[in-house]
Design a protein around this ligand. Sequence first.
Ligand code: SAM
Length: 244
Amino acid sequence: TPGLYIVATPIGNLGDLSPRASEILLGADLVAVEDSRVTAGLFRHLGAKGKMIPYHDHNADAVRPGLVARMATEAIALVSDAGTPLISDPGFKLVRDARAAGHPVTTIPGPCAAIAALTLAGLPTDRFLFLGFLPSKQQARAEAIAEIAGVRATLVLYESGPRLSACLAALAEGLGDREAAVAREISKKFEECVTGSLTQLAARYAEAPPKGEIVVVVAPPGAPAPASADDADAALAEALTRLP
Ligand code: SAM
C-alpha cells in the first residue's frame, strides 16, 4: 500500500535483515537510498534488483518534494547504508513532510549500532543519551562534552577509528575518568567490546588506532551501578549490619 516505509537494514551481518524488511524492500515501488552501490549489494543478497533513488545530505532538499508527492500512489521505502535510517543518517525531514502531507508512515525496526553497543557494554541501560558523532574539532568537541557532563545517564556515541583515542581522552578530561566500553565491528567477523576506564581506553587506542566501525559507551557520573541485583542485596545487607 502507498506511503513511506522506514526500513532498518543490517549493520554488518546480512542475516540480520528481517523477513518483513526484505518483503517491504522487494515490494516497494521505489527505495530511497544513501549510496546505491551499498543498497545494490543488499538487493543482490535478496536475489533481486531494486528500483533506487539516491537520497542523501547533498540532494535531499531537491529530491524530497517529488518523493513525498509519489507517496500518494506508491510505496516508498527509505534505507540507509547500514542500520536504522534517521539515526545519525538522513530521513527525519522526509518523515516530517510525509506526515504533513497526510501519507501513512510505517517503520520496520531492526539493527541500530547504538542500541546494539548498549547491550554489549555492561553499563546501565535504564537511562541513556545518544550523542551521535561529536564535533571533530577539539574546541567544539570539548564544549559539547562540557554541556552534557552533568547528565545522569549512560552516554552513547559514534566515532571513527583515527579519532577514537583523542575522543576518549577528551571525554575523560570533560567528564572525569568514568568506566566505558568501545564496541567495534558489531555483528561482523571481528566484533569486539573492550571495557575499561576512559583513560585506559584512550591509552590503548593511542598505540594503534582501531580499524572498522565503532560505538563508544560511557557510564553515568557517580559510583558504578551494582553489577547485579544480588550484589545490590549483598551491599544493602552489609550496610544494614553497620546501622546502630
Ligand atoms: N543509522 C546507523 C545505525 O542505526 O546504527 C548509524 C549510521 S552512522 C552514519 C554510522 C556509524 O555507526 C559508524 O561510524 C559507527 O560509529 C556506527 N556503526 C555502524 N555499524 C557499526 C557496527 N557494525 N559496529 C560498530 N559501530 C557501527
